[in-house]
Unconditional design. Structure first.
Length: 274
């Protein structure tokens, strides 16, 4: 990639920086997000602004969150006067709900996420999903596979369940390492996640639902009554809740559908409420 004097010469490994520069791929990402005039787009880790420029060309107002002050300065020089703002911040510490309320909008998130924070950042986006309508995000291919995985597969886990309860997940396309600078050691995947107006299944109480889902996968080889002991349910209580939910107690969490997790969490919540 030719050096632009507005930006640092080298990517910072500790920040997970890998810059995408292929204009055709970037245009495909913008099309996947169906970005049009008047959209409010949130970009995390914009780097040298290759995606930023095409988002602006599509007519969006872009709010970029960049933790690297040198890159943030370069972006301000590149896009001065455009419908563009840089927030110099750690994306994991930003309140996206507060941002959306301040601006009176809901965002589309379109971003090549830094690999080293992609999991925690997605969890934060799901927690604050009312701030968003659509997320078009780039992950390591293995993470993308976990997000979209179906019950009974090796990739299925709590990330799969929580992503699919609150969004419509679609694997869009893969990107090889040669499309980035510097080259990562992994293949990447673009995933679109359209935020649902209501959870796909009944969620008895969100924090408790997440606790049950995570417990079910915390000991993947254990049957559900044993897994539920980790969150304080004795075997008799677990068996009662499983019976009410219509779930065979000999099953493991990795085999449960989203609907079955809903039924089980509701039955356990009723028991805990007394």
């Amino acid at each position: 990639m030719p050096q632009d004097p507005r930006y640092p010469a080298f990517a910072k490994k500790k920040l997970g920086q890998h810059f995408l520069s292929d204009r055709n791929i970037i245009a495909r990402i913008v099309r996947t997000a169906a970005v049009t005039g008047g959209d409010h787009v949130l970009e995390i880790g914009p780097g040298r602004g290759a995606l930023t420029g095409q988002l602006l060309s599509a007519g969006a107002d872009v709010l970029a969150i960049e933790v690297d002050p040198a890159l943030a300065s370069g972006l301000e020089q590149s896009f001065a006067g455009a419908r563009f703002e840089v927030m110099r911040a750690d994306a994991l510490k930003v309140s996206y709900i507060a941002l959306a309320r301040e601006r009176g909008c809901r965002f589309k998130v379109v971003a090549n996420l830094p690999y080293n924070i992609s999991g925690p950042l997605l969890a934060k986006f799901l927690n604050e999903r009312e701030a968003f309508t659509l997320m078009v995000l780039m992950f390591q291919k293995e993470v993308a596979a976990r997000i979209a995985a179906r019950p009974g597969t090796k990739d299925y886990g709590s990330l799969s369940v929580l992503s699919q309860v609150y969004t419509d997940v679609r694997l869009e396309f893969d990107l090889g390492p040669h499309l980035f600078f510097p080259r990562p050691k992994v293949t990447s995947s673009v995933v679109s996640m359209r935020v649902l107006d209501e959870p796909r299944v009944h969620v008895c109480e969100e924090a408790f639902f997440k606790t049950v889902v995570r417990a079910a996968f915390s000991t993947r080889r254990k049957m559900l009554p044993n897994a539920l002991k980790t969150i304080g349910f004795e075997k008799e209580e677990a068996l009662k809740a499983l019976g009410e939910a219509g779930v065979d107690p000999q099953r493991r969490g990795e085999t449960l559908s989203i609907g079955e997790f809903s039924s089980l969490a509701s039955a356990l919540y009723a028991l805990r409420q007394g």
